[in-house]
Design a protein around this ligand. Structure first.
Ligand code: AMP
Ligand code: ZN
Length: 114
């Protein structure tokens, strides 16, 4: 997708703080972090939303989850806990229409913290 922000980041046409890359997935620091750890895990292939997944994407979505967990572990938040979020469409709060899994942690992700 020529005009998609996350496709451009995946193609290295727009800079981002990349923290992981393989043949299917890139991960980079969120530009406006909501927590001490806030990484976006993104398929290289353009898929607008989770609504657009097909059975052929099952392994890819599994990889998004596994890479998120790996990054959480590398940042030392796996045991304390972290949050995985995928926003879908307008009422889901999706702003970038290229599937991405938020990996957030390093603070209590709920209120009141306990
Ligand atoms: P969502 O609301 O789920 O679509 O989340 C989009 C996320 O992308 C937000 O958390 C933004 O802060 C983040 N974001 C937007 N532009 C960039 C960028 N150029 N580099 C890194 N993260 C970005
Ligand atoms: Zn895209």
């Amino acid at each position: 997708m020529a005009d998609c922000l996350f496709c451009k980041i995946a193609r290295k046409e727009i800079p981002a703080k990349l923290v992981f890359e393989d043949e299917d997935v890139v991960a980079f620091e969120d530009i406006n972090p909501q927590a001490p750890v806030h990484v976006l895990v993104v398929p290289k292939r353009h898929i607008p939303t989770l609504n657009d997944l097909t059975p052929e994407d099952d392994a890819l979505v599994g990889k998004l989850a596994r890479v998120s967990a790996q990054l959480a572990a590398e940042r030392g938040v796996a045991e304390a806990g972290w949050r995985s979020v995928v926003n879908v469409n307008r009422e889901g709060g999706q702003l970038v229409f290229h599937v991405h899994m938020h990996c957030m942690g390093g603070r209590p992700m709920f209120w009141p913290p306990g």
